[in-house]
Design a protein around this ligand. Structure first.
Ligand SMILES: Cc1cc2nc3c(=O)[nH]c(=O)nc-3n(C[C@H](O)[C@H](O)[C@H](O)COP(=O)(O)OP(=O)(O)OC[C@H]3O[C@@H](n4cnc5c(N)ncnc54)[C@H](O)[C@@H]3O)c2cc1C
Ligand SMILES: *[C@@H]1O[C@H](CO)[C@@H](O)[C@H](O)[C@H]1NC(C)=O
Ligand SMILES: *[C@@H]1O[C@H](CO)[C@@H](O)[C@H](O)[C@H]1NC(C)=O
Ligand SMILES: *[C@@H]1O[C@H](CO)[C@@H](O)[C@H](O)[C@H]1NC(C)=O
Ligand SMILES: *[C@@H]1O[C@H](CO)[C@@H](O)[C@H](O)[C@H]1NC(C)=O
Ligand SMILES: *[C@@H]1O[C@H](CO)[C@@H](O)[C@H](O)[C@H]1NC(C)=O
Ligand SMILES: *[C@@H]1O[C@H](CO)[C@@H](O)[C@H](O)[C@H]1NC(C)=O
Ligand SMILES: *[C@@H]1O[C@H](CO)[C@@H](O)[C@H](O)[C@H]1NC(C)=O
Ligand SMILES: *[C@@H]1O[C@H](CO)[C@@H](O)[C@H](O)[C@H]1NC(C)=O
Ligand SMILES: *[C@@H]1O[C@H](CO)[C@@H](O)[C@H](O)[C@H]1NC(C)=O
Length: 589
């Protein structure tokens, strides 16, 4: 009897499992849900999971991109860069950047279940104590402080050993990690590379700014650290693979609609006074057919820092004059929408190296072997991200700029030492620099009333002099780092592109000609205190001035974190799920 009912339940789940992921709009007949989540990305996947834990909530997630299932480039860590300019990328570009003499910068965003967490480079860096404490200060909500966000950072995380079986004691701080969460985090495999040994020896030899830190995720990463990544069992752990597992997708109250693009949120003619004010969600799906879905409790925008404001502009939210100038009828005056776009600009400094360490990306025989190894055991060179270490630094304290960072624990620059980044046989070392506490602020706008037109993305990189100063400081520190005795005979010379840049002006020319982004846009729908006359959402992530619409994604950060942004997005989404459950009187969950 027991066994039989087990079978019945299993059969039932399999059937419903097939029904809760819809490949196209025409496959879904229901029109009304309690919650409609726009965007099945990093934050959207967290919300989908947490809200559907409550059996009485009917939850719909609408994702523009396809499923991540079977996408090898999204599984194999070292293949991550192949995902750009692919069907899984929105393929945006920036406006001509002033500091780059008009050059445009490619601007990848995930277009796939899991969003950018399915195409990103997997570095896991929470940001600092001061980053979160600044959020608490500027929003007036102590719940955004490091101490109060810490339980959410833990809730996200399932720290697992790397697949090479080594003892990782002494390479991380066990007491600051979570072991029962959803997203797998791990240290890299195969640390016996001479390159990694030299990085650590240089940190020990130079000390000071470069001194070795046990764990980058303790709230103050300054110094040299092991990298940690969203990898578990040798493969990418994305919001889709971790929060939307098969088991979760089999929940009968969760509906995930793929390949369907949301264009607007709208007011229905008869919206209820106890429900959301903008309760309609307009979508376009297969055959370019449009449909309206209705949310009876909340519409939640999780379309990311580009997608969420883009949808809102076309729905009549934003600066009223700017909307009118492109022919959109303004409904909700929110002048801050799309303003304060903040991102981490990035560039690379190359060095020639004298080493016999092989570059799997430059040799098809080796690559095939490595893929076979990965496929068989999830080990070997493809099971890691490109870097095993991260170095974090600040401008000197006597710098003549207003400090744009959140405080003394927040780095101004991140320096990622990578061996053999490019698919070329000549051994090379690349220092990837990212300006992680930028002062520059850009904008996201639109120039047409057609929601299928791309938004206008202007991160205004390096328009603040402090960011240029941080970039020069990073380059000078990189040179010091590679001048350590331990690199003698290993680092041969700096590549010509930057080698002769010594003065500030020469360095600026190099930076100007070479920078791109680390794809960390935030703050386009920033939080501000309740009642403030600027900002887009309140500290509970509800859009100001109206009822029942929340934004939950990277766009709400009031300031960028001085670290790669995904960890903070996961934690924001976990806290948001608690807000929503609390508001809808779900006391036991
Ligand atoms: C190439 C790349 C590398 C990165 N590397 C790192 C890294 O190493 N470490 C790190 O911490 N961070 C990294 N990031 C940043 C990090 O991934 C993001 O900050 C984070 O994933 C953003 O989460 P989100 O929920 O705000 O948006 P996303 O995860 O981008 O989710 C938004 C989702 O909404 C969907 N969507 C958008 N518009 C619509 C619409 N109109 N209709 C329906 N669906 C829509 C999108 O397709 C997407 O699935 C990287 C990002 C990129 C793109
Ligand atoms: C992005 O560009 C690639 C290469 O041109 C293309 O194959 C892909 O379909 C584009 N992505 C989207 C979402 O259109
Ligand atoms: C790992 O190493 C630490 C310290 O060297 C030791 O205390 C611990 O027992 C080891 N763990 C295993 C599983 O061998
Ligand atoms: C889909 O339809 C909309 C509205 O009719 C139109 O603006 C858009 O260009 C169409 N898209 C495609 C891909 O045909
Ligand atoms: C941008 O952010 C700053 C806080 O850093 C805030 O004072 C300002 O009002 C914001 N600008 C807009 C247009 O919202
Ligand atoms: C690729 O690597 C294999 C195995 O190490 C080696 O025999 C071969 O010469 C390499 N090919 C090239 C083009 O370097
Ligand atoms: C991985 O191995 C399986 C069988 O074990 C095989 O079917 C598949 O083609 C392999 N994939 C790759 C990318 O080698
Ligand atoms: C800061 O101090 C360093 C030495 O400690 C000095 O070389 C540099 O010129 C000073 N910079 C400024 C802006 O005062
Ligand atoms: C809007 O911007 C895009 C991209 O920058 C450009 O191609 C297009 O011509 C612009 N349209 C208008 C109406 O200005
Ligand atoms: C390259 O490395 C080899 C072996 O370590 C060493 O003998 C040689 O001197 C190095 N070459 C240079 C140019 O430093």
């Amino acid at each position: 009897m027991f066994t039989l009912s087990g079978f019945v339940i299993l059969g039932f789940f399999i059937t419903s499992g097939l029904c809760t992921v819809y490949q196209q709009l025409s496959d879904l007949s229901e029109k009304k849900f309690d919650f409609v989540i726009v965007g099945g990305g990093t934050a959207g996947a967290v919300l989908a999971n947490r809200l559907s834990e409550v059996k009485k909530f009917q939850v719909l997630v609408i994702e523009a991109g396809p499923s991540d299932e079977g996408v090898l480039d999204s599984q194999v860590p070292l293949f991550a860069l192949n995902l750009q300019n692919s069907p899984y990328d929105w393929n945006f570009t920036t406006t001509p950047q002033k500091f780059a003499n008009g050059r445009r910068v490619p601007y990848a965003r995930g277009h796939i279940l899991g969003g950018s967490s399915s195409i990103n480079l997997m570095v896991y860096a929470r940001g600092t104590v001061d980053d979160y404490d600044r959020w608490a200060r500027v929003t007036g909500d102590p719940g955004w402080s490091w101490d109060e966000m810490f339980p959410y950072l833990i809730k996200v995380e399932r720290f697992v050993p790397p697949t090479d079986g080594r003892n990782i004691t002494g390479e991380f701080n066990p007491v600051i990690h979570g072991y029962d969460g959803m997203t797998r985090i791990s240290l890299p495999n195969r640390l016996e590379l001479p390159f990694d040994t030299n990085v650590r020896a240089a940190a020990d030899e130079l000390g000071g700014n470069f001194e070795y830190k046990l764990d980058l995720n303790g709230g103050n990463p300054l110094g040299t650290t092991w990298s940690q990544a969203t990898i578990g069992g040798g493969q990418r752990s994305s919001a889709a693979t971790s929060y939307l597992t098969r088991e979760v997708l089999e929940r009968r109250n969760l509906h995930v609609l793929l390949n369907t693009r949301t264009t607007r949120v709208q007011r229905s003619s008869n919206f209820r006074s106890d429900g959301p004010e903008f309760d309609y969600v307009e979508v376009f799906g297969n055959g370019n057919k449009s449909r309206i879905f209705q949310a009876t409790k909340e519409v939640i925008l999780s379309a990311g820092s580009i997608g969420s404001p883009h949808i809102l502009f076309h729905s009549g939210f934003g600066d009223a004059k700017e909307l009118q100038s492109v022919g959109i009828n303004p409904l909700v005056n929110l002048p801050s929408l799309g303003k304060n776009l903040t991102d981490h600009p990035s560039f690379q400094v190359d060095f020639a190296a004298n080493t016999t360490e092989l570059n799997v990306l430059a040799n098809s025989t080796l690559l095939a072997e490595a893929l076979e190894q990965w496929n068989n055991s999830r080990t070997g060179p493809l099971s890691n991200i490109a870097n095993n270490n991260l170095i974090w630094g600040r401008l000197p304290t006597n710098s003549s700029f207003d400090d744009p960072s959140a405080g003394a624990s927040s780095p101004h620059w991140e320096f990622i030492p990578v061996l053999n980044l490019r698919p070329i046989p000549d051994p090379h070392v690349v220092a990837i620099v990212s300006i992680v506490s930028p002062a520059s602020r850009g904008t996201l706008t639109i120039n047409s009333s057609d929601p299928f037109d791309s938004p206008i993305i202007d991160p205004a990189f390096f328009t603040a002099p402090a960011d240029v100063a941080a970039a020069r400081d990073a380059i000078r520190n990189i040179r010091k780092f590679f001048a350590a005795k331990t690199w003698e005979g290993y680092i041969i010379s700096e590549a010509v592109a930057s080698a002769h840049a010594e003065s500030d002006d020469e360095l600026d020319t190099f930076i100007s000609g070479n920078f791109a982004t680390t794809w960390h846009p935030v703050s386009t729908a920033m939080m501000s205190p309740k009642g403030a006359d600027y900002g887009v959402v309140d500290p509970d992530l509800k859009v100001k001035g109206i009822r029942g619409l929340r934004i939950v994604d990277a766009s709400v950060m009031p300031f960028i974190t001085a670290g790669n942004t995904q960890a903070a997005v996961y934690a924001i989404a976990e806290r948001a799920a608690d807000f929503i459950k609390h508001d809808w009187a779900c006391r036991k969950c």
